[in-house]
Design a protein around this ligand. Structure first.
Ligand SMILES: Nc1ncnc2c1ncn2[C@@H]1O[C@H](COP(=O)(O)OP(=O)(O)OP(=O)(O)O)[C@@H](O)[C@H]1O
Ligand SMILES: [Mg+2]
Length: 381
């Protein structure tokens, strides 16, 4: 069996926290089997990485790993993509086509965002899981495949089952082995390790050296809530190391790179807020919990302000008086220049794949599309 640390490095699954170590142990244990796996965790916690590791460590690694995003396609399309179709099965089906299950024969299929699958497709999936059987759309002939299924979701499936949105039998079937990935805020002890890892690998890509990060900077990073988890932290470090050319990262240096919503605020001095009893201290909540609550509130408020400001800048509400404020305009300009640069950089690094660039930036493809148009970056793709 391969050594856990080696696996972590090979697949880029960094972390020494107990939660991460347990996840890696689980991966090593189940990878060689044919068991179906359910990977759960918030967005950006590494579900894709884990799926690749499981396939890579399995006896199927010589065959294909086919990834399907079940949330991205409408029901009928998803079914014909998964199971294939016969000529004439529907308008446009001009010839017979293989589905992903056939393509993944003797390999692995990764069903991402499984929680978005409709009940009708869930039934068909259950059938493949139980006996490897399915039919192409437009045919009643039974096909057989040998495919290992890995599913992932950031939804609470148990809740979906209770709300009759997800089939219980399918849930039990998938949930036989669950790998739960912790949110980044649940494993803050890994932040220093991750920053150094992303710092070093970015520097290596750029052919420069990375001078490290101060304890104080790690402290600031550890106090953030990280709704986008590792993806968000990674994007931030890649940006800082790139723009600062690998220089030693200090807390001061973080300020302009903090999530946009925090940027205009002071890096909040939390203990003072807490003393002012802005947050009721019912019972004895830990410092940490209070801090998080305050940050969350602050983030929401600042996000709203930012959205309003964007709308104003785009003239959605006419020429609002406040947007005329000079200082504000300068800030807006800086933000836009930063953003434009970042987007250009991301597009370049992803060979102009918008899907990948959006993922790298931690924004939706649609948002990226809007921004590309806004900054006239359209011509390159
Ligand atoms: N433990 C980790 N160590 C190093 N990098 C990680 C780790 N977890 C995630 N990443 C990196 O973070 C980014 C997001 O990971 P990934 O795409 O696997 O998240 P996800 O859980 O599939 O998110 P989503 O729900 O949005 O699809 C990737 O660049 C990945 O390499
Ligand atoms: Mg994913």
């Amino acid at each position: 069996m391969m050594d856990a640390q080696l696996v972590q490095l090979r697949y880029g699954l960094i972390g020494r926290s107990q939660a991460m170590i347990s996840a890696v142990e689980r991966i090593l244990q189940v990878a060689p089997t044919n068991l179906s796996i359910l990977i759960t965790g918030e967005s950006g916690t590494g579900k894709d990485v884990v799926a690749r590791a499981i396939h890579g460590l399995s006896k199927r690694s010589g065959n294909r790993l086919v990834s399907v995003n079940c949330g991205a396609l409408p029901e009928t399309l998803l079914e014909s993509e998964l199971f294939g179709y016969e000529k004439g099965a529907f308008t446009g089906a001009v010839e017979r086509r293989k589905g992903f299950f056939e393509t993944a024969h003797e390999g692995t299929i990764f069903l991402d965002e499984i929680g978005e699958m409709t009940p009708q497709t869930q039934v068909k999936l259950l059938r493949v899981l139980e006996n490897g059987e399915f039919s192409r759309v437009g045919s009643s002939d039974i096909q057989h495949v040998d495919v290992r299924v890995i599913a992932a979701t950031n939804r609470n499936l148990e809740l979906a089952v209770r709300e009759r949105d997800f089939r219980e039998d399918l849930y039990f079937r998938l949930n036989a082995v669950q790998i739960r990935l912790p949110a980044l805020r649940e494993r803050k002890e890994d932040i220093a390790l991750l920053v150094n890892y992303f710092g070093a690998s970015t520097a290596k890509d750029l052919n420069i050296s990375f001078e490290g990060v101060s304890d104080e900077a790690i402290e600031v990073l550890s106090s953030l809530p990280w709704p986008g988890n590792v993806r968000e932290l990674r994007n931030m470090i890649v940006t800082i190391v790139t723009l600062e050319s690998g220089k030693y990262i200090t807390a001061e240096m973080l300020r302009p790179h903090l999530p946009r919503i925090l940027k205009q605020a002071e890096m909040p001095s939390v203990p003072q807020l807490a003393d002012n009893k802005l947050v009721p201290s019912g019972g004895k909540p830990s410092d940490q919990a209070e801090r998080e609550l305050i940050y969350k509130t602050l983030l929401t408020v600042l996000e709203e302000v930012r959205e309003l400001r964007e709308d104003l800048a785009q003239g959605d509400f006419g020429n609002g008086g406040k947007a005329e404020d000079d200082e504000l305009k300068v800030q807006q300009l800086n933000l836009e220049q930063n953003e434009r640069q970042l987007i250009e950089l991301a597009l370049e690094r992803c060979q102009h794949s918008r899907r990948k660039a959006a993922q790298l930036l931690g924004i939706s493809e649609r948002t990226l599309y809007r921004k590309i148009q806004r900054y006239n970056l359209d011509d390159q793709s």
